[in-house]
Design a protein around this ligand. Sequence first.
Ligand SMILES: Nc1ncnc2c1ncn2[C@@H]1O[C@H](COP(=O)(O)OP(=O)(O)OP(=O)(O)O)[C@@H](O)[C@H]1O
Ligand SMILES: O=P(O)(O)OC[C@@]1(O)O[C@H](CO)[C@@H](O)[C@@H]1O
Length: 304
Amino acid sequence: MIYTLTLNPSIDYIMPLEHLQLGATNYAQGEYMLPGGKGINVSRVLNQLNVPNQALGFIGGHTGKFIEEWLEKEGAACQFIPVEGQTRINVKLKGESETEINGRGPEISQEKSRELKKQIGQLTAQDTLVISGSKNKGLSETFYNEIIEICQKNQTSFILDTNSKELLEALVAQPFLVKPNQAELGDLFGETIQTKEEAIHYGKKLQEAGAQNVIVSLGGEGAIFIDESQVIIADSPKGKVKNTVGSGDSMIAGFIAGIEKGKSKEEAFKLGVQSGSATAFNEDLATKKEIEALNDQIKTREVE
Ligand SMILES: Nc1ncnc2c1ncn2[C@@H]1O[C@H](COP(=O)(O)OP(=O)(O)OP(=O)(O)O)[C@@H](O)[C@H]1O
Ligand SMILES: O=P(O)(O)OC[C@@]1(O)O[C@H](CO)[C@@H](O)[C@@H]1O
């Protein structure tokens, strides 16, 4: 079974604007709310692709209820731990460019943190845990390392999509997949990555340090897949971009779905790119139909 972990879920409050002016009152052209948080996004797209999964994490207050009710309506399986306080609201401003203001989220007590670790401790070698997103106040600096240690002990495979320090430290535990975007990959090595060649060079370092599979996502420019025996470049399909929030998460879900369905890694990678782009071309995360509409549109090429 696939499990996703979202320590700090969110309501994503999306506001399209013609023009954002700092220091002034701005009026949006409209607004809408979606359940958010990286693991929850992965779960929602996995559901679209008919891959059974369970969403885990902490949830609180009215805002948390909004997320649970939404997921329930979609038939998504979740087993959140209720906490004091309100799940955060992340504001996504869609002007000429996208500006995001993410909340801090509720503080997590030691007791709740222990409860989550106990839950994760029940996963087995047949399970995969997708760990992604930021950590809440109250959790130790090393919380993700502690979760990964539990996974290692139980031989639970894991995927990690989080910030630089934790990602680098986790490589030795051989994550099944890491998926930095271009800027995040640069941050890991204190470099600015400008070309696909540079992205391949640094992506390979993550694979050599332990990651079983690496995807470097490049937004509208596509993505690069690296494992021990191949490097594959994919171009993104062209389309009208509506909301790229969650496109990276959708890409992870697409890759997992491909692997779960027994496809080759190249085909799974293509399904990842397809899912990421289908989400970018949609207001909410992509549906199965929107993902399938991009069938045969992902061109890949293997490089040295
Ligand atoms: N403008 C776009 N046009 C087409 N496809 C896109 C576009 N932006 C993103 N995608 C698709 O989604 C994938 C992931 O996008 P990106 O590299 O922006 O990930 P990310 O930064 O992790 O995303 P996010 O944090 O918004 O979830 C890309 O590899 C591509 O397939
Ligand atoms: O603050 P974090 O946890 O790093 O990211 C949270 C978030 O920006 O990531 C998702 C998109 O990937 C959104 O649904 C959500 O608002």
